[in-house]
Design a binder for this molecule. Structure first.
Ligand SMILES: [Zn+2]
Length: 407
């Protein structure tokens, strides 16, 4: 579930993970990279497609105030090669404004086909456009969630004077989503008004919360239903003041099955609960995004998880009152001052992770990089793990406050 960019350094390809486009745009590390690679041909690749090399171009863009910023796009010769879940998948410029990090609200609308009068080619084209819009909606959601998690982690730890970091709470994370959507008091001012007012003016509703079903069970139960048949589900949602309420909605089987694909891991769905982001009209969801989550409402603890074992581990950490961060984007430490990271008089700067750790555990003066082992009979997984292990062990030698742990 990770995306990687590859940067060519003297014929070696350095690999760096990212999750959303705003990781690249807002992150100082990527900003510097793009600036230093500007003008070099075929020096950056997106690694989302194992079969093809996808070369990326850096563009130098002029802002309205006359200053410049660098952005990344696909070299036209390699367009359409990105995988479905890559943020560059739709060659996105048409739906995404890089300068302001704004998604176009057209991603909420479906183009209607007229099956009797349209030719098969037209129908195919329309299907393709709708698919692009649906996938871009996923990136829109992911971007909001990654930012909310980042702000939540940073605000709780900026106020706090302890050296030990705190886990972001679910209630604060949830409230941060409201703030991002309403664009109030968030450091990185993002203009969401257009997309939000468009949602309202079209009679759409934006809802998000926790879905307590289990996909393996749910999809087996609806197996015999027709694709366009409506499934009734309920969402645990919260008001601005975090009062819980139940939201009933319907979704077609086809939509649900499509959305579930991102929760699939080696032919099995990760169990529920899931965090859901959706757009509804007349209580029917026509945009639906879901991600497996660990959440404990009583202890106000949560994180997104990539497997059932990770959820168990998050539960263990919460039960034992161990503070942790489950990195989601590539930018969680953005506003944390360097001094807070440097422990035991180490003079090095913040460590940078090139692959995403499963968890970071905070234990007095130590930060533990945790890998939750699973799928040890899968070669792809084992290869990836050994690369991660190598990287983390190297980092632990440089930074004496880091420790590597496998569970
Ligand atoms: Zn890609």
């Amino acid at each position: 579930m990770n995306n990687y960019l590859l940067f060519c350094n003297n014929e070696n390809w350095e690999q760096v993970y990212f999750n959303t486009k705003s990781d690249i745009i807002n992150n100082g590390f990527f900003k510097k990279k793009l600036e230093s690679f500007y003008g070099k041909r075929n020096h950056i690749r997106c690694a989302c497609n194992e079969k093809n090399h996808i070369y990326m171009n850096i563009r130098k863009n002029k802002k309205k105030d006359g200053t410049f910023f660098f952005s990344l796009g696909t070299n036209p010769n390699y367009a359409n090669l990105h995988s479905n879940d890559c943020p560059f998948f739709n060659n996105s410029d048409e739906y995404y404004d890089e300068e302001n990090n704004i998604f176009n609200s057209i991603i909420l609308d479906e183009v209607k086909t007229n099956k009797t009068s349209s030719s098969p080619t037209d129908i195919n084209k329309i299907d393709e456009v709708n698919k692009k819009r649906r996938f871009t909606f996923r990136h829109f959601c992911k971007d909001i969630l990654a930012n909310a998690y980042k702000y939540s982690f940073n605000s709780i730890n900026l106020k706090n004077d302890r050296r030990n970091f705190c886990t972001p709470t679910f209630s604060d994370f949830y409230k941060k989503i409201y703030k991002i959507l309403l664009d109030t008091d968030i450091r990185n001012k993002r203009k969401m008004e257009t997309i939000i007012s468009n949602i309202k003016s079209k009679g759409y509703n934006l809802k998000y919360g926790i879905l307590n079903n289990n996909l393996n069970e749910l999809l087996t139960n609806i197996n015999s239903k027709k694709n366009n048949e409506l499934i009734n589900l309920g969402l645990n949602s919260f008001t601005k003041d975090f009062d819980q309420y139940y939201y009933n909605f319907n979704i077609t089987k086809k939509h649900l099955v499509d959305a579930a694909q991102i929760c699939k891991i080696f032919n099995n769905y990760i169990s529920g609960p899931y965090f859901v982001f959706m757009i509804t009209k007349n209580k029917i969801a026509h945009r639906f995004y879901l991600l497996p989550v660990y959440v404990d409402l009583i202890k106000d603890s949560f994180c997104f998880v990539d497997s059932d074992r990770e959820r168990e581990y998050a539960e263990y950490l919460t039960k034992n009152s161990i503070s942790f961060l489950k990195p989601f984007g590539n930018d969680e430490f953005k506003y944390i001052k360097r001094e807070k990271i440097i422990l035991n008089n180490s003079t090095a700067a913040k460590p940078r992770f090139y692959t995403r750790p499963d968890f970071l555990e905070f234990d007095n003066d130590k930060i533990k990089i945790v890998e939750v082992l699973g799928f040890m009979d899968n070669k792809e997984y084992v290869d990836h793990l050994s690369k991660k292990r190598e990287e983390y062990e190297k980092l632990c030698k440089i930074y004496n406050f880091l420790e590597y742990k496998e569970v």
